[in-house]
Design a binder for this molecule. Sequence first.
Ligand code: CDV
Length: 331
Amino acid sequence: MARIITVAAAQLGPIQQAEPRAVAVERMLRLMERAHRRGAELVVFPELALTTFFPRHYHDDIGEADRWFETAMPSNETAPLFDAARRYGIGFHLGYAEIAEEPDATGKLRRRRFNTAVLVSPEGEIVLKYRKVHLPGHAEYLPERKVQHLEKRYFEVGNLGFPVVRAPVGGLPGVNMGMMICNDRRWPEAWRVLGLQKVELVMLGYNTPSTNQEAGGFEAHHLRVFHSHLSIQAGCYQNACFAVATAKAGTEDGHELFGHSIIVNPQGEIVAQATSWDDELITADCDLAMCTLGRTTIFAFEKHRRPEAYRRITEQVGAVDPPEWRPQAAE
Ligand code: CDV
């Protein structure tokens, strides 16, 4: 039996450093209104949707970066998004930088910073929170880099795992939903942890530069989008789920982000794609019954997975050299 929801990726064009949150929120409200007019029941905004992608900017004193962070969700500035959810009866997913006063692993209460996303219900309640696990980049200023990527400086590794929740969307009483943030989409482990919780819809926001900033070797320009789409399409196919992958796009603080937001089905097909590098809404009707084929046949995990052969995945971080083969005659 068909289980159809209408979802939207609300791509944002650039947000410059000087732009206040109120401007970004105003743009997001316009996208939510458009989503409502098109019948969308869930809207997905990008990673760090309220500000410029600030990890490209170095602050010697990390506290100086606090102005990019939210200490409350909702706040006075973000409350209009929650009001719009209630007004239109649609849920939304929002990426933002979070400051939390929380005990750390040693039990010490302290100020902690995370790259976070929340799913908000049409009633304006936070249904699910996720904190980014795979933080790319570096913690210190690197003079050899033209553009810094200081996520490891400003954020701690997410401490919530990869949670999935079953909650109503539109007319459906329960949809299994999970999240990833940007770089997470390149890691099959993240997809599989969601897949093992029967995720049906993955929401993910990203900010990805159009060129490889690492200067670690040549990477052709066109491969940037290819690798992003390849990861998302493979993740959806191998875990029999839909994904709404929403970008921040265009030239932000002089640096280009590639956009190309997509909605992908469990066959790994792109069913909608953004074509601008600006604020743009793409929508798709997703029949969640499509998730059944993959998860009852080729990816019926309970029949075919062999965790005893996967121990390295959780026991080992870096790659090790394999044993070297030598011809017997040489001994
Ligand atoms: N915001 C990100 O996580 N960006 C990374 C870039 C640095 C490669 C990404 O994986 O898209």
